[in-house]
Design a binder for this molecule. Structure first.
Ligand code: SF4
Length: 296
């Protein structure tokens, strides 16, 4: 398979070589389990059914899941049939949704699986597409009608920051266009009628505030406001930045936690722009929130 699935456009054959994402064409799953640390309408009371894929097409230097996104070698090879069964088992366990975490680089394999899940009538809970926001429009269009909840990051407004931390100077325009397409597909977010505390459909945009970069966070919010009505989407402003994963980088600002002042300034801007959504407790910036990636 010659791969140009994501904006990296490696144009390589993944049956014999690895792309920037670090993965061949074979599905590899680092963790599949209920997860309780997503936003409240995603985790609910019984957890979100997360499927963490190995590898990543963005590979940020500060990634808290770096053992699977950057270092490789973790996770378990899984056939599409096995993953299909594991997803139905997750549903059986009582989770509120199936949450595909960093699935972009496996979309070629996942598309038929998602079509089968949707058409079989066996899946009764929403599918969440949880991504870095670094997506090609063509790939997202192939997913139209298969995804119930898009949960993209919008990480940077500055091309220079995107180049420095993710080697992706085009990230701001790419993510903005991707989020616009996600909103076009899903429309205004909707809670479940049967379980009104749970999200059933829509777009929830996440943003991790980085130390020393609150001005860029504010610009991210302004760019988001320029492409959507604030009442159409939910946003999640995360303060969980954890320096432990970036201590080997030369960026001194990434070696410390976020301050309360930095975070509250960004939250205030979100309020003034009319966004609604979720803020995080300050004690969320801990390695304890990073799960084990043992393929189970
Ligand atoms: S999915 Fe991987 S191999 Fe394909 S274009 Fe993106 S980074 Fe390259």
């Amino acid at each position: 398979m010659i791969c140009n699935i994501c904006p990296r456009k490696c144009n390589i054959d993944r049956s014999s070589a690895l792309g920037f994402c670090g993965e061949s064409e074979a599905l590899r799953v680092a963790r599949i389990a209920p997860h309780h640390f997503e936003e409240p309408p995603i985790s609910g009371t019984r957890g979100s059914g997360t499927v963490f894929f190995s590898g990543c097409s963005l590979r940020c230097v500060f990634c808290q899941n770096k053992v699977i996104s950057r270092e490789g070698g973790r996770g378990k090879g899984m056939s599409p049939d096995e993953l299909y069964c594991r997803i139905l088992e997750l549903q059986e366990s009582g989770v509120h949704n199936i949450n595909l975490v960093t699935p972009t680089h496996f979309i070629g394999t996942l598309l038929p699986l998602l079509e089968r899940l949707k058409s079989s009538g066996e899946l009764h809970i929403p599918i969440v597409y949880n991504s870095s926001g670094y997506e090609r429009i063509e790939t997202l269009r192939a997913l139209d009608g298969l995804i119930d909840i898009y949960m993209p990051d919008f990480k940077y407004a500055s091309s220079e920051l995107a180049a420095r931390y993710s080697a992706a100077p085009n990230y701001p325009e790419v993510a903005e266009a991707a989020i616009r397409e996600m909103i076009r597909q899903r429309g205004r977010y909707r809670y479940s009628k049967g379980e009104p505390d749970l999200l059933e459909s829509g777009v929830l945009v996440r943003h991790l505030v980085l130390p020393s970069h609150r001005a860029d966070s504010i610009e991210v919010l302004r760019r988001l406001r320029a492409i959507t009505e604030p009442e159409d989407i939910l946003i999640s402003l995360m303060s969980q930045y954890t320096p432990d994963f970036a201590l080997d980088t030369p960026y001194k600002n990434l070696h410390r936690r976020l301050t309360s002042f930095e975070y509250s300034t960004v939250c205030a801007e979100a309020d003034s722009l009319g966004f609604i959504g979720f803020e995080q407790c300050r004690d969320s910036s801990s390695v304890q929130y990073t799960p084990d990636f043992d393929g189970e």
